[in-house]
Design a protein around this ligand. Structure first.
Ligand code: RB5
Length: 144
């Protein structure tokens, strides 16, 4: 796991984002922090668009977005072509979103998942490879 991950949040996801940046460091993964950096209220679509655009352009392969529920971030990120953002609150979905959907953004809700579960989700999401084959055909159908 030596890839660089871009990670962003809104004010409601700040604590979990900071925790995950430290956690990623323990896994030997560099996390590039796309903000927000304070608890001042901000608009999640702005952060989602920034992170998603950098993944869609190929600057980063994958990223993580955290807000209160993960939902707003995923809706906004999925507006960008090439983005497959999955809101995940359990380890099975984390794994399946990689195996079958080749998700390239993981969205988490700080108000929904506990810290230890969030870490497990991130670890599984990062270490699970896309299965390809029939799933690739389906993922391509989303794009075209
Ligand atoms: C902010 O209050 C909250 O709406 C936001 O973090 C997110 O949960 C939106 O989906």
């Amino acid at each position: 796991m030596s890839e660089k991950i871009i990670i962003g949040c809104d004010h409601a996801g700040l604590d979990l984002k900071n925790t995950l940046i430290n956690y990623l460091q323990t896994l030997g993964i560099e996390a590039v922090d796309a903000g927000t950096y304070t608890k001042d209220s901000c608009d999640y679509p702005v952060i989602a668009k920034d992170v998603a655009s950098k993944i869609a352009s190929g600057e980063y392969k994958r990223g993580i977005l955290v807000c209160g529920t993960g939902i707003g971030m995923s809706i906004a990120a999925n507006k960008i072509k090439g983005i497959r953002a999955a809101v995940v609150s359990d380890t099975c979905s984390a794994k399946m979103s990689r195996l079958h959907n080749d998700s390239n953004i993981l969205c988490l809700g700080e108000r929904i998942v506990g810290v230890e579960l969030a870490k497990d989700i991130v670890q599984i999401w990062l270490s699970t490879e896309f299965l390809g084959e029939r799933h690739l055909r389906r993922v391509n159908l989303i794009e075209n």
